[in-house]
Design a protein around this ligand. Structure first.
Ligand SMILES: [Zn+2]
Ligand SMILES: [Zn+2]
Length: 154
């Protein structure tokens, strides 16, 4: 795992982040902690660690709606690639696309009108979508800041 390399890099660049072992990879803006899954120590785990660090360094705290969340995901991966470059690591672009696809699929499901099946782009707030076609309003469960990539909860 690149954890040591990464913490040294962050220290050298004056970033104050805490890495805490946990059950999955995610960034907690409240405590400025990055949780990581200590049971998985493969290459993809390194990439997840870099991705969460991307969120942290970009100070991602809140998102306005699902579409905003997707854009934060994209920028977190861009930042992860910058850090990876400095650490002389290459993140497979296919992996990034796969991760983003899980968000895109999830987003598509949430934003499809349960009445007429048309995709709606109008999310009025965190939990309400409104269909531009039949004007139905439906609720979705508020999403967490960062969904685990490993599990499929759709
Ligand atoms: Zn509709
Ligand atoms: Zn993320």
């Amino acid at each position: 795992m690149i954890l040591n390399k990464l913490t040294n890099y962050l220290k050298a660049n004056n970033y104050q982040l805490t890495f805490t072992p946990g059950k999955q990879f995610y960034w907690s803006p409240e405590t400025k902690e990055i949780f990581y899954d200590q049971n998985h120590q493969d290459q993809k785990s390194d990439w997840s660690l870099l991705h969460e660090t991307g969120h942290a360094l970009l100070n991602h705290t809140i998102y306005k709606n699902d579409f905003h969340l997707l854009s934060l995901e994209v920028t977190a991966w861009e930042k992860a690639k910058d850090i990876a470059h400095d650490l002389k690591i290459i993140i497979d672009q296919n992996h990034i696309e796969d991760c983003l696809d899980t968000y895109r699929d999830w987003l598509a499901k949430r934003s499809t009108c349960p009445v007429c099946n048309i995709k709606s782009l109008q999310q009025t707030d965190f939990i309400n979508y409104r269909c531009f076609n039949c004007h139905s309003i439906w609720k979705v469960t508020p999403s967490r800041f960062c969904r685990p990539y490993r599990s499929v909860i759709i």
